[in-house]
Design a protein around this ligand. Structure first.
Ligand code: HEC
Length: 530
């Protein structure tokens, strides 16, 4: 496949590629160029191709292969993208021609290994801004803080906190570069924001204006944090899992003071092959005990970290499937369901028994976010995933107690108009499941959301949320009566729908609302409602 792609790219580049390994040596990079290229690689490419360029969602980009492609072909690939999910960096205006040339030369150099981060360095980055004793003892805001919703403003490095009742903005908080997600503490009082640069920001929602009370950087590159939620441990600890270095870090939940840091085994679950890069994907708090469920992406293990034990050890490694990505809990909290996106599967783990119970074949590149739970009229409780690689909602039985015949089996496959879906979402009070198509290459499809009827077991309607931008990420208010969707654009919008009538009821706009992506309602996030 790569051969054909390279030939195509070569045609696009002007047809000078000769098909052998002989391409001229790239022009060497100056120190300043190398710095710039590493920065771009780290921010734009590492997420899919791996920090060490060993490959993940995208293929490995080793110097030997890249030298064979040569500068011109690489420039064409980076400019135009590739059909299998490689973005068109030049066409989309995300990289300039000179940056593309730089990246094409950079990829032909040996991969630079980013530095490690020691516990001492993590401690040195810790900043306690407001000690716990100086924080409010009762909620001081005007509205109902349990219905606050944090909105990630991706390119602005900020999180906006909105009141889902009044739709007013109550705070605009500075966070790390490109926040990936927010998690809530068990009580819901605190938001933890995790930036792709590994910086964690602790936001206290009880101040009259929600305020950052602590921050720390436990990783150089990261995507996930989770709080301790089990009875007796509420709001006490926080775990951060790194993309780089290969470690997880535990902090005091109220101050972010670093407590411990651990690395983890890097052998693959199936072949025992030791990898150079194993990243922490999703983490959830285990409702069955004082544990975090930590997905190790490349090795395919689901690790259980015990936060009731001194020093927070890994107590179990559950074999899952390679390339674990995102997922969430079933409606009882006993089962954790996670996408192995490169294997086109969902993996289900029984948290009570600590073992894998199923691997479900889905469509191309499943991407459920945290997933969705609802009751199907025929199949009982179900879960589902959408896909990046094809337009399909795959629904599987998730009711081993009530409907064992259908448990962990695909029961419905619903055609969606376009691939490129990142998220689906429902709420226990909603009659629908909502899906986006954010990564669709068709601009109209990328602005379109679809609504599936739980009661009728079929697609109800698809409609665009705006005349521009991309629709992404769906979240409910605390009551489960209204749905918030981001228009991911420089001129961003939050479009709010009445969840019964599907009519838009409000468009939140403003110069501050730049590139809104994920939205996290306090109650829904603290209680894992999805
Ligand atoms: C969203 C994920 C994603 C991101 C981000 C991404 N890529 Fe890719 N890339 C892919 C995928 C998937 C492929 C393979 C596509 C195919 O085969 O059709 C690919 C292929 C490539 C190839 C061709 C590899 C070969 O063997 O010929 C190059 C070169 C490349 N990417 C460079 C980059 C650079 C440089 C960046 C950052 C500016 C980047 N990619 C960012 C997903 C990504």
């Amino acid at each position: 496949m790569v051969g054909a792609i390279v030939a195509l790219a070569a045609v696009a580049a002007g047809g000078t590629w000769v098909g052998s390994g002989a391409t001229p040596a790239p022009q060497p990079l100056t120190d300043a160029e190398f710095q710039e290229a590493s920065g771009v690689y780290f921010q734009r490419c590492a997420g899919c191709h791996g920090t060490l360029r060993d490959g993940a969602t995208g293929p490995a980009l080793g110097p030997v292969t890249m030298r064979k492609r040569g500068t011109q072909v690489l420039e064409a690939i980076i400019h135009n993208g590739l059909p299998g999910g490689m973005p068109a960096w030049g066409k989309a205006g995300l990289l300039t021609p000179s940056q593309i040339n730089l990246m094409a030369r950079y990829l032909q150099m040996p991969a630079a290994e980013p530095p490690q981060l020691s516990l001492d360095e993590i401690r040195a980055s810790w900043r306690l801004i407001v000690p716990a004793a100086e924080r409010p003892t009762t909620p001081q805001g005007k509205g109902d803080w349990r219905n606050y919703t944090g909105v990630i403003l991706r390119d602005a490095g900020k999180v906006a906190i909105l009141d889902a009742d009044t739709k007013r903005r109550v705070a605009l908080v500075d966070t790390g570069y490109a926040v990936h997600i927010l998690r809530a503490s068990a009580s819901g009082r605190y938001f933890y924001a995790i930036g792709r640069d590994g910086k964690v920001t602790l936001i206290d929602l009880w101040f009259p204006t929600p305020t950052t009370v602590a921050e720390v950087k436990g990783c150089i590159d990261a995507r996930s944090v989770e709080s301790s939620k089990y009875a007796g441990f509420e709001d006490r600890f926080l775990i951060e899992g790194c993309y780089w270095p290969l470690q997880y870090v535990v902090f005091d939940g109220l101050t972010l003071e670093p407590m411990t840091m651990h690395d983890y085994p890097t052998a693959t679950f199936d072949e025992g092959k030791t990898l150079r890069e194993v990243r922490v994907a999703t983490i959830v708090a285990d409702p069955e005990g004082p544990r975090w469920v930590v997905a190790l992406k490349e090795s395919g293990y689901v690790a259980l970290v015990d936060y009731s034990a001194p020093d927070f050890p890994i107590t179990k490694m559950i074999p899952g499937q390679r390339f674990l990505h995102d997922g969430g809990l079933d409606h009882t909290g006993r089962y954790f369901s996670i996408a192995a996106n490169e294997r086109n599967q969902m993996v289900v783990v029984d948290l009570l028994k600590g073992e894998r119970v199923a691997r479900i074949r889905t469509g191309r590149t499943p991407h459920p976010g945290r997933g969705a739970n609802w009751k199907d009229p025929k199949y009982g409780w179900v879960m589902a995933t959408t896909h990046i690689g094809e337009g399909k909602l795959t629904i599987y039985g998730a009711d081993p107690a009530g409907r064992p015949r259908y448990a962990w089996k695909v029961v419905r496959q619903i055609r969606l108009p376009s691939p490129g879906t990142l998220f689906l979402k429902t709420h226990p009070r909603s009659p629908w499941v909502w899906t986006d198509a954010t990564l669709s290459t068709d601009p109209k499809a990328a602005r379109t959301v679809c609504v599936y009827s739980n009661a009728r077991g079929r697609l109800h309607r698809c409609f665009p949320i705006s005349t521009y931008g991309r629709a992404t990420h769906i979240e409910y208010n605390r009551q489960g009566t209204e749905v918030w969707i981001s228009n991911w654009d420089r001129r961003g919008e939050i479009v709010i729908y009445n969840d019964r009538t599907l009519k838009p009821i409000r468009r939140i706009r403003g110069s501050w609302l730049r590139t809104p992506t994920g939205k996290f309602n306090v109650t829904n996030t603290a209680r894992d409602i999805y």
